[in-house]
Design a protein around this ligand. Structure first.
Ligand code: 4GY
Length: 233
């Protein structure tokens, strides 16, 4: 059975969006994974098909109703991991992405407006994940980011070579610089070693460059995670 993603959203028409193109799109068409966008509005019951209401305690905006959201969740919940995308969540990292790629699938809940009634998140123990410290207008783009990162790791989606390449980030280093033809462009030459045909020298240069770039841009990746080092002796 292939990886199955269900996304609960008020805007199902924006799926598959970019997930329908290129690598993810070919894998989707090829049945290596499946994507279902579930319209939360389909679970509204009143005359006006309301999905939101004013916040208790006052304040601006609207809040998505727990009862409506939970009926949408119930319609797809089958033991798959439940994830709510929110800037309040734990930051999504490659190790969590890789673990999700090993599961049968995920149910992703995308919020809109001011957010979702907390009880709907709590009641089913949704895992809360963030794709970064900024605020989107809805969870849909965050859901697409998560799925794009997961799908490229599914068996058969990338070549075996590319999956090995993945070790680059999983191994905690940023990518070395890439070059292709022409060998000189606007006075800028490709590093000599890459034209040498000396595979050992090329591998050593790439590793050294990956380390240099990581040290310059993301020293936290070399030191181990900030969290794991907090309070360390
Ligand atoms: N950042 N990472 C993010 C987000 C906005 C629920 C409506 C993020 O994951 N999601 O910014 N989501 C949503 C959150 C209420 C706005």
């Amino acid at each position: 059975m292939s990886f199955r993603a269900s996304v609960l959203t008020l805007f199902p028409e924006i799926f598959p969006g970019p997930l329908g193109a290129s690598l993810a799109g070919r894998a989707l068409a090829g049945g290596l994974w499946a994507l279902e966008a579930v319209d939360i509005r389909g679970f509204a019951v009143d005359r006006h098909r309301s999905v939101d209401d004013t916040p208790y305690g006052g304040g601006a905006g609207m809040v998505m109703r727990a009862d409506v959201v939970d009926r949408a969740v119930a319609s797809v919940a089958d033991g798959r991991t439940l994830i709510f995308l929110s800037p309040r969540g734990r930051r999504l990292e490659q190790r969590r992405v890789a673990a999700l790629a090993g599961e049968d699938g995920v149910v992703l809940l995308a919020g809109r407006y001011e957010g979702i009634d907390e009880r709907a998140i709590e009641a089913r123990g949704f895992e809360e994940l963030s794709v970064g410290d900024y605020v989107l207008s809805g969870g849909e783009l965050a859901a697409m980011v998560l799925l794009d990162a997961v799908v490229r790791l599914l068996p058969g989606v990338m070549g075996a070579s590319a999956s090995a390449e993945e070790e680059s980030f999983s191994g905690g280093l940023l990518e070395y610089p890439h070059y292709t033809r022409p060998p000189v462009w606007e006075g800028r030459a490709v590093p000599e070693v890459l034209l040498s045909g000396d595979h050992a020298a090329i591998a050593a240069w790439r590793r050294a460059e990956a380390e240099r770039i990581t040290r310059e841009r993301r020293p936290d990746l070399l030191a181990g995670t900030v969290a794991s080092r907090a309070g360390a002796p």
